[in-house]
Design a binder for this molecule. Sequence first.
Ligand SMILES: C[S@@+](CC[C@H](N)C(=O)[O-])C[C@H]1O[C@@H](n2cnc3c(N)ncnc32)[C@H](O)[C@@H]1O
Length: 232
Amino acid sequence: MARGLIDGKQARKYAAWVGKSANTEIYNRFILENIRVGKNIKICDLCCGSGVTLELLGNRSGEITGVDASGEMIKICTEKFKNNSRINLVLSPAEKTGLGANYFDYVIIRMGLHHIREKETAMDEILRILRPGGKVVVIDKYYTNKQRYHFWEFLSALARFDISSFDQFVESKERNELSLSAKFCILKREYLPKKHAKQVFMFVLKKLSRKSSSHRADKTRKQKNAGNKRRD
Ligand SMILES: C[S@@+](CC[C@H](N)C(=O)[O-])C[C@H]1O[C@@H](n2cnc3c(N)ncnc32)[C@H](O)[C@@H]1O
């Protein structure tokens, strides 16, 4: 599937396929295990597509907002959920949703991030619309053969994550530098068995408060300085 929007005929084709994908149940389980549902809970499903997650959560949460930049995907959802007043639909890019700040308890972005060109901007937008302490569920994929989106690509967005435990991907120097700008911490991560070069990952991130981010940055800076002194 090409990156960017999925619109027109391609969107209708995607809608007919998505619920039948072998991983649907796995993603649904991960989402249900990691979010709290209830009438006071507000959820944003970013890059909602034809509404597979809206369908899962539409009758469980107080309010759920699906956002997609594809007119056809929003049209499909409008038709599908016309009788569910808890579901709001917004046609807009993930990078600039126009939604209120500090509002949602959860943002879910399922197989959406690799479609977004401006990943860092989208992560900042997620940060803006999440309430303090709010959580993000990211389900996505990368390719280890580097021919398509590679994990490094996600690192531009991951600069917003706490990547302190990504030893297999990042040199310690880079890890420290990226952690300095972290806006999220990783609460949980799961990887599905790798298929050919494709690796699916599922993360739960928590929005860090400004105070805890700067505290962590100070701590890392102190550790770095202590290391430099030891070498001197
Ligand atoms: C692979 S589909 C995933 C849809 C849905 N989350 C699911 O799991 O079935 C990716 C979706 O992201 C949307 N999309 C791509 N770029 C976007 C952007 N910059 N802003 C908002 N939506 C975008 C596409 O139109 C498409 O509906």
